[in-house]
Design a protein around this ligand. Sequence first.
Ligand code: KG4
Ligand code: ZN
Length: 343
Amino acid sequence: MKILAIESSCDETAAAVVEDGRRVLSDVVASQIDEHRLYGGVVPEIASRRHVESISGVVSRALSEAKTDIGGIDAVAVTYAPGLIGALLVGVSYAKGLAMISGKPLIPVHHIAGHIAANYITHPGLGPPFLCLVISGGHSHIVEVSGYTEYKVIGRTRDDAAGECFDKVARVLGYPYPGGKYIDEAAKRGSRTAFKFTHPKLSGNEYDFSFSGLKTAVINLVHNAEQRGEEISCDDVAASFQKTVADILGEKLSAAAEALGYKKIAVAGGVSANSGIRTKMKRVCDSLGAELYLPEPKYCGDNAAMIGAQGYYDFLAGRRADGSLNAVATLSLEDISLGGGPK
Ligand code: KG4
Ligand code: ZN
């Protein structure tokens, strides 16, 4: 079954053709990041306008690179939540129009479910149940993936998402937006033990995260050094910060996997491209005797192939949308877990 997938939840206009949820026949991503970088972050109004300009060309390219046309497609999948509402609406409207004129089924896909499904592309043998750490620009979750369309979020960030924290620390160190990958590069040159940052102590759910205290500690460190006129090594700050994030994520994931007995662990989302975090997760899984699944780097960030992968399983579960489908800015994975979400 061939699915044409469309993704426009943030600053990437993307389309892909995916066969049977696992085989990527084409994968086109038009990034707007160079424009948003000028403003130090994504400007929603600009994002929507660029999606409108790009979407036709991106979808046409995805179809032609897959050596097909809309007639050779079995269904259209689209990210409808969560994300920037104006950006989502472009993909949703385009997909609705395409599904309507072609008579193909329309499948509404949750963006975070898509990030998780990126692992199905990279690891053809992976299937639920498994435990997944989702770390993106907007989310940090530990999710029990008990079926292809069944999720239980057992831990979440109480403040900043992991990616948001990387981007804010990167900004104070003078790197362009989004700064996660620059921190990753700098960390390779720096000392992980140059600075010691404490781990947050949280009451309540032991699998929840908090990154705002760490972010503030790093920002204060840099500002205090500046005020005293002292040189501070960005590489050392980046390496020590990244190690702290990796340790916090590793601790929580390890505790959850051990308590719940998972031997299959996946990581997903833009921050899963981070080399320090990938190494840490490998160590965590080795010590648990668990198998680790990581998306290949090109499927860590936003793309439509992951939406096509998840769209296939959503289709098999009977999830469909009609012309009344709307975009939703905020929607928990649990709300679309089998039985919930649009019919
Ligand atoms: O999943 P994603 O592409 O978009 C959202 O759904 O939010 O994640 C984007 C985030 C940004 O915060 C970006 O800085 C971060 O992923 N990121 C990284 C790396 N590559 C991207 N963070 C740390 N290390 C990286 N190598
Ligand atoms: Zn994303």
